[in-house]
Design a protein around this ligand. Structure first.
Ligand code: FEO
Length: 412
């Protein structure tokens, strides 16, 4: 765990998590930083979100807090912005060494506090829009409800003294952090790295909640924000509006049109569908669109969704398998639909043997989720593709690329 000063009276405690599947599901090849914040007022001290990565051994926490002159037993308030256990799971250990503290959280979190930790209402100070908490010496925290960023109970905490917004999952990113957790300490190359990690984080974790993200940003816009200190990733002191603008862009990718990009997702059983992939990529690139390529099941869902989130177009290349879609393709598309990847332009091609069926299941998936995807006429071939099939694949990709370009042009 690493302790640094965000600004006068606010400290960031952070630990990196690596070699895990985040939420038990998402690969994080570059890890993730988990952040908590200690906010010290004149007579009261609060901790905002939990010290994730803390090993639960009291001496470790005492040692870390010693660095910032704080006795853990002096912490009066535990502010739980969000009940997902990556931020609040530490409470279980903390109360072993500090049994008496007040939990400050939203009304909606009260039943979850009971369910996760058996903490009842008598230990909770519920807060919502417009509520404040005075820590003394001019340090007043204000709260705002930001439901579904990322769970329904989520709130954001704003330190009115320093202009520091602590919004938990909002404005976060993947990517472990070593010595430099602040944007003013990073090179442009490092900022670019965290932008890629923020895109991955957004596409994998936040995507489904894009409309609540836009509502939360609108709600926060009148605040005099000087620093953004999220629950994951780097702290924005030099240019906090950069991550706000990035999140607006990511959120707007949900409904599209997105970038001038096509993500090709392909899977193949015996190499027949695979034969069409290269001509497809060539035809797309000839139209000047950026092409991202992923194979299923080899590539991770996390990578595929990250590419597809910013792509206006998709190419789905898969064979029929047991009268249905190639199963790993179905799994990825189902997840994309659940996360509301809306209004994409799509072209599909693939091989079949005794029978087709992939298209029927794809049609059923679209009818169930209604993501508003617009399809170019698909191309199917029995066994291996012939020259006429390659020509049809090229034609389908050319048409797709032209629709993508037209859609992207229409938004500017
Ligand atoms: Fe980082 Fe929704 O928890």
């Amino acid at each position: 765990m690493n302790v640094t000063t965000v600004t006068d009276g606010i400290f960031r405690l952070s630990a990196n998590m690596k070699d895990i599947l985040f939420e038990g599901l998402w690969p994080i090849p570059n890890g993730i930083a988990m952040n908590s914040y200690i906010v010290k007022g004149g007579n009261k001290t609060a901790i905002v979100d939990g010290v994730c990565g803390w090993d639960g051994v009291p001496e470790t926490l005492f040692e870390q807090f010693k660095q910032i002159n704080i006795d853990p037993e002096s912490i009066d308030y535990v502010i739980v912005n969000h009940m997902e256990p990556d931020h609040c799971g530490w409470i279980e250990n903390f109360r072993k060494i500090r049994p008496n503290f007040t939990v400050v959280t939203s009304k909606k979190a009260i039943p979850l506090m009971k369910g996760f930790f058996d903490i009842d209402e008598s230990s909770i100070m519920p807060v919502g829009d417009g509520d404040t908490l005075d820590l003394g010496d001019g340090r007043v925290l204000a709260f705002a409800e930001i439901p579904n960023v990322h769970w329904p109970e989520t709130i954001a905490t704003f330190d009115t003294k320093s202009g520091t917004l602590m919004p938990c999952d909002a404005f976060g990113s993947f990517g472990a952090i070593d010595d430099a957790p602040y944007d003013d300490q990073l090179t442009q190359e490092q900022i670019d790295f965290f932008e890629r990690e923020a895109t991955r984080y957004y596409a994998n974790i936040v995507a489904a909640f894009s409309q609540p993200v836009l509502q939360a940003i609108k709600k926060a816009s009148p605040l005099p924000i000087k620093i953004i200190a999220p629950g994951h990733g780097i702290v924005w002191r030099k240019d906090p509006m950069k991550i706000v603008k990035d999140f607006v862009r990511y959120a707007n990718y949900q409904k599209g049109p997105c970038e001038n990009e096509v993500t090709v997702i392909w899977g193949s059983m015996y190499g027949n569908t695979e034969l069409g992939v290269k001509p497809a990529i060539e035809a797309l690139e000839a139209e000047g669109v950026k092409v991202r390529v992923h194979r299923v099941p080899e590539d991770s869902w996390g990578d595929i969704l990250t590419s597809a989130w910013s792509s206006t177009g998709l190419v789905l290349a898969m064979p029929t398998y047991e009268y249905k879609m190639f199963p790993p393709m179905y799994a990825v598309l189902d997840e994309m639909c659940k996360k509301k990847f809306l209004n994409r332009k799509v072209f599909r091609f693939g091989s079949y043997g005794w029978s087709g069926g992939a298209q029927k299941e794809l049609d059923e998936l679209m009818a169930r989720h209604k993501p508003g995807w617009e399809f170019v006429e698909p191309v199917e071939f029995m066994g291996t593709p012939r020259e006429k099939d390659f020509a049809a694949i090229r034609k389908g990709c050319t048409e797709l690329a032209q629709r993508v370009k037209k859609a992207v042009a229409s938004k500017s």
